[in-house]
Design a protein around this ligand. Structure first.
Ligand SMILES: Cc1ncc(COP(=O)(O)O)c(C=O)c1O
Length: 354
């Protein structure tokens, strides 16, 4: 059958997302969801939108949502596009700016979904290795690149590059620079102002993490008006459903709750990283809602794959990456509630001293 497919699709393995167990009872620290629920005000607005209007298509332009975003982030609505999760926007960006065979660059390791999206387009993926400290690799400026992706904070390291370095990169790259800010609300960073300074800057955000709305699939991108106009031609017309539009607007109306929630998550992150370091792990300084933990030099006899499997037996899911090999000794752990963190630490303590 494979000869029926385009050659690049036949050659792909396909993206394998983090496990989403369908039975409950897991402490789920593997896909960087928010451990706390959306606010009651958001849930109530979604409930009351479950009415006969659902027979109607949603607003194809997401006007109310884009106006709220524009006001909140001091841009104009014409500089904003909304998507069915930020994954859809990453896809729209690739389809808008890179043809088959053209170069799309990203530092590695980073968000694992860039590569499959590039492969689907038939563009050329150009991964550039991050140094061990996840500082910006010089080689990220590649001649004739059509797009350069930079997740900031980066997944899976959680590390954040300062605005000045991102801006300098934007000035140097060929083509578009995409700053993927999925985790920015857990950090001191933020690069939206790039779009007023650089004609090639796109900043992508999501409501999946800090706003506790991964299940509603809402993302947005900020870019100069001309870029948004072009990307508009590529997006599906009714790309965000009615309930998601309601949820997104309600969440923005309740943005102080999101900020308080993010502070809470950051406090737990500090406690967890301290304890993991005491247990012997090497932890990169994370500004996201997860930590990358490498088996430390004094943890003789331990390996990440076995720890992952033993935690899973205790119904605690963390993320273990078989690829790329430089993550083989690492676990990525999403920040859970205080109680989930206690349970994780107790399990680790037990497994490491057994
Ligand atoms: C860096 C990064 N970008 C984008 C996404 C996709 O988020 P969304 O749920 O908005 O599609 C993720 C999800 O984990 C991510 O880690």
């Amino acid at each position: 059958m494979s000869e029926l497919f385009r050659a690049n699709i036949a050659a792909m393995r396909g993206y394998i997302p983090g496990e989403q167990p369908q039975d409950s009872g897991y402490i789920k620290l593997n896909t960087n969801e928010n451990p706390y629920p959306p606010t009651p005000a958001v849930v109530e607005r979604i409930r009351s939108a479950c009415n006969s209007d659902l027979r109607l298509y949603p607003d194809p332009d997401a006007n109310d949502l884009r106006e709220k975003l524009a006001e909140l982030f001091s841009v104009v609505p014409q500089q904003v596009i909304a998507g069915n999760g930020s994954d859809e926007l990453l896809n729209i960006i690739i389809r808008s700016f890179a043809s088959e065979g053209e170069k799309i660059v990203y530092p590695n390791p980073t968000y694992g979904y860039y590569k499959p999206l590039i492969d689907i387009q038939g563009a050329e993926a150009v991964p550039i290795e991050f140094p061990a400290d996840y500082s910006l690799p010089d080689e990220l400026v590649v001649p004739d690149a059509r797009i350069t992706f930079l997740a900031n904070p980066n997944g899976p390291s959680g590390t954040l590059l300062p605005y000045s370095e991102v801006a300098a990169l934007c000035a140097r790259v060929d083509g578009i620079l995409v700053v993927d800010e999925a985790y920015v609300d857990f950090s001191e960073g933020g690069c939206i102002r790039l779009i007023d300074e650089y004609r090639n800057a796109i900043v992508v955000r999501t409501m999946s993490k800090s706003f506790s709305l991964a299940g509603m699939r809402i993302g947005f991108a900020f870019a100069p008006v001309e870029l948004i106009k072009g990307m508009w031609k590529v997006k599906d017309h009714y790309n965000i459903n009615r309930l998601s539009l309601v949820a997104a607007e309600a969440a923005l109306d309740d943005i102080d709750a999101m900020r308080a929630n993010a502070i809470r998550v950051c406090r737990t992150r500090a406690r967890l990283s301290d304890r993991l370091r005491e247990l012997g792990f090497y932890i990169w300084d994370s500004q996201a809602n997860f930590l990358l933990a490498r088996i430390g030099e004094n943890m003789a006899g331990q390996d990440a794959a076995t720890l992952y499997a033993n935690l899973k037996k205790r119904r605690i899911l963390v993320r273990y990456f078989q690829n790329p090999p430089r993550l083989a000794n690492c676990l990525r752990i999403s920040i859970g509630t205080e109680a989930e963190t206690d349970a994780l630490l107790a399990a680790l303590q037990d497994l490491l001293t057994a």
